[in-house]
Design a protein around this ligand. Structure first.
Ligand code: FES
Length: 103
């Protein structure tokens, strides 16, 4: 399966690798099935997932085990989802999560 998103690292899943298509910030990304949203999105070359509420700094996954909350994203319209704990599924829509009033 070819990937039309040139920014995405998961461009060459093995021939027998099952894949799903997720949308990140409106861009389709083909990723291996069974990985977490965090693992899938870390393959994307722009890997900031959210911004901190206090300083508006960009944040990215840190612990990858549900402890730090640095990986919060919006999944299918639901905010505050921990990307490191959510497995991808076909058609999933993921957006960065920003604190109110930030871009
Ligand atoms: S990376 Fe720490 S909670 Fe997700």
């Amino acid at each position: 399966m070819s990937n039309t998103n040139s920014k995405f690292v998961w461009s060459t899943p093995s021939a027998n690798q099952e894949t799903v298509t997720v949308t990140f910030e409106g861009e389709n990304c083909t990723v291996p099935s069974g990985v977490t949203v965090a693992a899938a999105l870390l393959g994307h070359d722009d890997n900031h997932f959210c911004r901190s509420a206090a300083e508006n700094d960009t944040r990215a996954p840190y612990c990858l085990m549900g402890v730090c909350f640095e990986c919060l994203v919006e999944i299918d319209g639901q905010k505050n989802r921990q990307a490191c704990l959510e497995p991808v599924y076909d058609g999933m829509r993921v957006k960065r999560q920003h604190s109110p009033g930030s871009n």
